[in-house]
Design a protein around this ligand. Sequence first.
Ligand SMILES: [Zn+2]
Length: 222
Amino acid sequence: MTYMANLGQPVCLVGYIWYVEDTKKILVDSGGTVEQLTKNGLPAYELQTLDSGLKKLGITVNDIDLIIQTHLHLDHVALASRFPNAHVIVQKRELDFARNPHPIWEGLYDRKLFENLNFEVIDGDLRISEDINILFTPGHSPGGQSVSVKTETGTAVITGLCSILDNYNPSPLPDGKTIAALAPTIHSDLFQAYDSIARIKELADMILPIHDPTFLSKESIP
Ligand SMILES: [Zn+2]
């Protein structure tokens, strides 16, 4: 998860679907499946099904208006086709790459998961409402995007890079040096990833990295 740091330390990751309620009912990302992860040799189990999560919120798949895809890696888009009334915002650079990935990343994109989605393709930042903004944050993937949400206690940013909290506030390196940010080990552009993390840190009062287990114990943010 952290490029050139924490080598050899096992890390436990979580995959989230985030629900954001504004005038619209919005999801950020649409999940992965245990089957995908185990097929790739990662030990995985399901913590909550999509339907039980929605049920807790008193909604169903039919109620979701909008899905903002941080990116199209298969562990983030697997369940998008389950939302019949949602349009799906994706960055142009992400969709172009996902449709024709570099051979080394063919395993990370599965065209059948996204080819029939009702896409709204954007290029760069986009204001969704007064309180919700999409930020173009490439580097983990060519067209990664993050979502900032104004809450009662400050701005929360759901990150568009597969990352954990240590990417944003790294522990000191073994030689005692500290570094402001650690790019994810999986990246399409190392320096863009670093810059995107710096941008998120600048804007966010709360950073919500999309694989950090911290938020498992929280029912809502803040
Ligand atoms: Zn991921």
